[in-house]
Write a new protein. Structure first.
Length: 307
């Protein structure tokens, strides 16, 4: 049985208030220990998912041994407000749908990397994977853009290209939930939340493996095809009624009612998950019409400066 860890660390300060924060990180390591062949994988859940749910705990425990991976998750900024209850948001903690959530997820994987380094434990720096579903997959693309030499592979189940609930109320009739998110009323930089803008002329180095349903109601399949075709090293797999990839998916709608275990087996068994060279962490500068963003990795973790 894989070995489970949980720790609370100093998080990136809240970029909206400047206040200090804490971040809970969860990770599993293989029962036989970590070696030079052990990779890292960051799982990012979307709406309705979280690191302490049964399905993600099972994935971390199982995949650590099955694939010789350190499986990492965190309670990223605002995740509480993405569940099936209506909760009160404020600048101190809200579903920002972008930068703070990215910073927390990057911090989680980089913190585990630093722990390994400090303890002299070797791992496979050519195999650092980021996997997400829906909003989690969207965040995986943002993580890849803001740390472009970190991830060897991005696994995308149903990512949209911009946060849907910036413009629409989240409506879940089965839970009597209608929620307009706090972020909708803030004057945030939408360019830095737009994958089409961010990936324009971006020399992607990660192996992106994407699966998208033809009936996805949050982003049309043609738009997703065009996006993926514009990115180097991106492979889009179209899911329809007759192509459900041997039970990995049950429908061709958003999220495709994926069987997480079969889906991961499918990806890891058929796609290249290692890069030719170990990860790098150069500083990254992203310029939009509104701001200049510098992601500083000089400490081994991530620090964001906005001008």
């Amino acid at each position: 049985m894989s070995i489970q860890h949980e720790l609370v660390v100093d998080a990136h300060p809240n970029i909206y208030t400047g206040h200090g924060r804490k971040l809970s990180i969860y990770f599993s390591e293989p029962s036989e220990g970590v070696n030079e062949n052990t990779g890292l994988i960051l799982f990012i859940p979307g709406y309705g998912g979280h690191a302490r749910s049964n399905v993600y705990q099972k994935m971390r425990k199982q995949f650590a041994d099955q694939y010789n991976l350190i499986c990492i998750q965190c309670d990223y900024f605002g995740y509480e407000h993405m569940q099936l209850e209506d909760t009160l948001e404020s600048l101190d903690n809200f579903n920002d749908m972008s930068l703070m959530q990215v910073l927390d997820n990057l911090t989680a994987v980089l913190m585990v990397k630093e722990i390994l380094k400090e303890n002299g434990i070797p791992f496979n720096g050519r195999k650092i994977i980021c996997s997400g579903q829906s909003h989690g997959a969207y965040l995986a693309y943002l993580c890849n853009r803001f740390a472009p030499h970190l991830f060897s592979m991005i696994i995308d189940n149903s990512a949209y290209l911009r946060p849907v609930y910036l413009d629409y109320i989240r409506n879940v009739p089965s839970h009597n939930l209608q929620k307009r998110y706090y972020v909708c009323d803030l004057n945030l930089d939408r360019d830095v939340m737009d994958l089409v803008f961010l990936y324009r002329k971006f020399e992607n180095k990660s192996n992106i493996v994407s699966f998208h349903g033809v009936y996805d109601q949050l982003i049309g399949i043609i738009e997703k095809i065009n996006f993926c075709n514009s990115i180097p090293n991106c492979r889009l797999n179209v899911v329809n009624d007759t192509t459900l990839y041997k039970g990995a998916f049950k429908t061709a709608h958003h999220g495709m009612d994926a069987d997480f275990i079969k889906f991961f087996d499918l990806v890891m068994g058929n796609y290249k998950s290692e890069s030719e060279h170990p990860f790098q962490l150069p500083n990254v500068r992203v310029t939009t019409k509104q701001n200049v963003y510098t992601f500083d990795y000089s400490s081994g973790l991530v620090r964001l400066m906005v001008e």
